[in-house]
Design a protein around this ligand. Structure first.
Ligand SMILES: C[S@@+](CC[C@H](N)C(=O)[O-])C[C@H]1O[C@@H](n2cnc3c(N)ncnc32)[C@H](O)[C@@H]1O
Length: 222
């Protein structure tokens, strides 16, 4: 149910798919830029309040403009900060989208990751690297989905901070954990299979072991 009188702001399919999985009381969108996620999460009634956070003043100014246009000054609070360094205590769900895995991991280095915190992560590159390192931060992937938007595939990882994080299998590290198996994911697997087959066709035998095992796993999954 909607939380305001505003209509949702038009935004990309990628961000709408991220919004679909937001569920909590108070959201912090890290690297918010335009603040579409922080505002829409409130407008769509996904959370009661949100923080639109960015490291740079330019994007934060864009966020403030959107907040004012939607008249959400009471419910969406802009914060200038690096990553999650000054994350307010009342946040129970965090979104990070449109950044590479290495930037996301650097953010976790200085983040107050309290048990029970939900995280929705949508890296624009190196998802495998992100999965490989999440356990070091006590972050477990609960489920994933693949989004196809404007010619690119974007994974969305729904995660939680907890003790005793499950160790990922090789298949989960390569291709995701508990992924929603739909047409988009099936097309993604096909795309990966073709890409890897082409790369390996030009590689001498005995080289590219990781890519070969990834290709074998895709062939057995698909
Ligand atoms: C490509 S934009 C993505 C915007 C939006 N999240 C999306 O997915 O459309 C990346 C944004 O992250 C911000 N950013 C980069 N590193 C950051 C950090 N360490 N902490 C907070 N924001 C950061 C940038 O200033 C920029 O506004």
């Amino acid at each position: 149910m909607s939380n305001t009188n505003s209509k949702p702001i038009e935004c990309s399919l990628r961000l709408m798919e991220l919004l679909e999985w937001i569920e909590g009381e108070v959201l912090a969108d890290i690297g918010c830029d335009h603040a579409y996620v922080a505002c829409n999460a409130v407008i769509l009634g996904k959370v009661k309040k949100s923080y639109a956070c960015d490291i740079a003043q330019g994007p934060l100014d864009r966020a403030i403009e959107t907040i004012q246009e939607c008249q959400l000054e009471e419910k969406v609070i802009p914060i200038l900060m690096n990553g999650m360094e000054k994350l307010p205590e009342d946040v129970d769900i965090v979104t990070i989208a449109g950044m590479g895995a290495m930037t996301i991991l650097e953010i976790f280095d200085k983040a107050p990751l309290k048990t029970g915190l939900r995280l929705l992560l949508s890296p624009h590159k190196d998802a495998q690297k992100l999965r490989e390192h999440l356990k070091e931060y006590s972050i477990e992937i609960l489920r994933e989905k693949m989004v196809y938007d404007e010619g690119h595939y974007y994974p969305v990882l729904d995660c939680i901070v907890k003790e005793d994080v499950a160790t990922l299998s090789l298949q989960e590290t390569f291709l995701g954990r508990n992924v929603v198996y739909n047409v988009v994911y099936s097309q993604f697997l096909n795309y990966e299979k073709n890409k890897l087959s082409k790369i390996l066709a030009n590689m001498p035998e005995g080289k590219g072991q990781e890519l070969r095992s990834k290709l074998d796993i895709i062939k057995n999954t698909h």
